[in-house]
Design a protein around this ligand. Structure first.
Ligand SMILES: [Fe+2]
Length: 305
């Protein structure tokens, strides 16, 4: 009982049409202007025009109204002011200003994988631009907070998220479902959205989908194909026109037994990958948040001192 999924995110983008085009091409279905759906999670992405990119709202699903009452009590113990309206609860995470919207929602059905059809003569197919994958759900969101301990406390003590793993820099992988993580809160100079991750059924689909987006526009490509060490998911990261990273992923670790899971403390570099290319500088330091770091890097690459 409690929170079981991310129902939706509301994303601010400076160019709404470019954002809609990107996420349609990425594989989401636009059900109304600026509102896009996954195959199993439904309407999980809302795009709004604003001067700067950012995650404005995080929607979380609970099983019943009773959960809302219980969570409201936990939040008030943290002095977080929430507003209840029937089966929904609105609260603002104080350190980031992120709006969190809780509502009673059905559980997202689990992924069912179908075994390969052995009548097929060949397993691999060409990457085809018409072969648009539809992500099953929005699996996780990664944000930075200028007060990461306080933001993590809000989600863990206030909303009942569990800690799956921690990094030496103070980042914490948090879950509200069986997935290894649904939310990663990392320290940063200010609040910003790092990436959202969209589930595909297997590594072949991740590779094909990432290659397809890169073929359509090489500027979309950011980092991949690889496999993370923490969480174990295969990944390919792309960049939307606003500068948010959008991850295709598959095969994330599933935590079946909450009580016997031991949260580990890991080195930051272990958060990158088990295998794959090294992460690019822009992934580690998004240029709109760290303009000087990227300037320095460009200077080094061009031989300037
Ligand atoms: Fe991720």
């Amino acid at each position: 009982m409690g929170i079981h999924c991310i129902t939706h995110v509301e994303l601010a983008v400076p160019d709404l049409d470019a954002g809609r085009d990107f996420y349609r091409e990425f594989g989401l279905d636009e059900v109304s202007p600026g509102e896009l759906a996954t195959a199993r999670g439904g309407r999980q992405l809302r795009l709004d025009r604003a001067s700067k990119r950012g995650l404005v709202e995080l929607g979380l699903g609970v099983d019943a109204g009773l959960d809302i009452s219980r969570l409201q009590a936990r939040l008030s113990a943290l002095d977080a002011v929430s507003q209840r309206d029937g089966d929904t609860l609105r609260v603002v995470e104080p350190a980031t200003g992120l709006r969190v919207w809780l509502t009673v929602a059905p559980r997202i059905p689990p992924l069912t994988t179908k075994p390969r059809d052995l009548s097929e003569q060949r397993g691999a197919r060409r990457v085809d631009p018409r072969d648009r994958p539809t992500p099953g759900k929005l699996g996780h969101v990664v944000i930075a907070s200028s007060d990461a301990p306080s933001t993590q406390r809000f989600f863990v003590e206030g909303l009942g998220f569990r800690v799956s793993d921690r990094l030496a820099n103070g980042a914490a992988f948090l879950r509200c479902s069986r997935d290894h993580h649904n939310l990663l809160v990392q320290p940063g100079p200010r609040y910003f959205l790092h990436h959202m991750a969209w589930e595909l059924p297997d590594v072949d689909t991740v590779g094909r989908a990432g290659m397809r987006m890169t073929n359509l526009n090489p500027d979309h490509h950011t980092w991949g194909l690889g496999r993370h060490l923490i969480g174990s998911n295969y990944f390919w990261y792309l960049r939307d026109p606003a500068g948010n990273f959008a991850e295709y992923y598959s095969d994330m670790d599933v935590i079946q037994d909450d009580d016997n899971w031991q949260a580990g403390d890991h080195r930051v570099r272990d958060s990158f990958m088990s295998w794959g290319p090294p992460p690019p500088m822009e992934f580690l330091f998004p240029p709109d948040v760290f303009p000087n770091t990227n300037e320095m890097q460009r200077g080094r690459a061009s031989g300037a001192t």
